[in-house]
Design a protein around this ligand. Structure first.
Ligand SMILES: Cc1cc2nc3c(=O)[nH]c(=O)nc-3n(C[C@H](O)[C@H](O)[C@H](O)COP(=O)(O)O)c2cc1C
Length: 211
C-alpha cells in the first residue's frame, strides 16, 4: 500500500473499542517513526511519552474535549517539548552526535555557539514556541506509521496542558505537553466519523503554483 492510500485510510477516530489493545511491537514502530522525524538543527527538543496505565489515563481526562476517547483508547502518546533551550541541552545533543560519528570533539562548536547565541537570549516562551513546533512533524510521521499498520489514531490538542503536565510530572523533566495522540482500534458502532467521506480543500485551491 502506498503512503497516499494509508493517509486516505486514516481518520481522526472519535470512539475507541476499550477491549482492543495495540501490540507493543506496533507501539514501538509508531514511536520509532516519531524518533526519526527531522527537527531544526537536529536538536529533537521534545520527548514522546507513552501511557497505557488506565489510572493515569483516567487522571489525564480532566478537562479533555473527548474524555471517553482518552479513557477507551489503547495507549495515549504525549508529545512534550523542552520548556526552553539550555547550553547543556544543546551540547549534549552535539557531543553525542560527534561521538556517534567518530568525529573529533569540538567539531560542531562554531555551530553550537551560534545556536546558543540565538536561543539562549530569547525569553523562555519564545524558546517553547520553537520547541513545540518541532513536535508536529513527529506527530505527523507517527500518524502515518500507525496508518500503515492499520492502527487507528486521533491527533489531539483538545486537552488541558496543565493537567497532563501535572499528572505526568513533566515540569520536573523540563518538558511541557504540546499534543496527544490516541492510539487504538475504533469502535465502529460509535465512531461517527469512520463512515464519512474524507474532505480536504480541493487541489486547485490548495496548491498555489508559480510556473
Ligand atoms: C494538531 C491537531 C489537533 C487536533 N485536535 C483534535 C482534538 O482535540 N479532538 C479531535 O477530535 N480531533 C482533533 N484533531 C483532528 C482533526 O479535527 C482532524 O484531523 C481533521 O478534521 C481532519 O480529519 P481526518 O484526520 O479524519 O482526516 C486534531 C488534529 C490535529 C492535526
Amino acid at each position: 500500500m502506498s503512503l497516499i492510500n494509508d493517509l486516505q485510510w486514516r481518520h481522526a477516530v472519535k470512539a475507541y473499542d476499550p477491549t482492543k489493545k495495540v501490540s507493543k511491537e506496533n507501539i514501538d514502530k509508531i514511536v520509532e517513526a516519531a524518533r526519526l522525524a527531522p527537527t531544526s538543527s537536529g536538536l529533537q527538543p521534545f520527548r514522546v511519552i507513552v501511557v497505557e496505565n488506565q489510572q493515569l489515563k483516567e487522571k489525564m481526562t480532566a478537562n479533555a474535549l473527548n474524555p471517553d476517547c482518552m479513557r477507551e483508547c489503547s495507549h495515549v502518546i504525549i508529545f512534550a517539548a523542552w520548556n526552553r533551550y539550555t547550553a547543556e541541552r544543546i551540547d549534549r545533543v552535539y557531543d553525542f552526535t560527534t561521538e556517534e560519528r567518530g568525529l573529533p570533539q569540538g567539531r560542531f562548536v562554531n555551530y553550537t555557539n551560534k545556536l546558543k547565541s540565538i536561543y539562549l537570549d530569547q525569553p523562555e516562551e519564545a524558546n517553547f514556541v520553537h520547541t513545540a513546533r518541532q513536535t508536529y512533524l513527529a506527530l505527523g510521521l507517527a500518524l502515518a506509521q500507525a496508518a500503515e499498520l492499520k492502527v487507528d489514531t486521533t491527533p489531539v490538542e483538545g486537552f488541558d496542558n496543565k493537567v497532563i503536565d501535572e499528572v505526568l510530572g513533566l515540569n520536573e523533566l523540563g518538558l511541557k505537553s504540546v499534543s496527544l495522540m490516541y492510539v487504538g482500534y475504533a469502535d465502529n458502532t460509535r465512531d461517527w466519523l469512520g463512515a464519512m467521506k474524507k474532505v480536504r480543500t480541493p487541489k486547485d485551491e490548495f496548491l498555489v503554483e508559480f510556473k
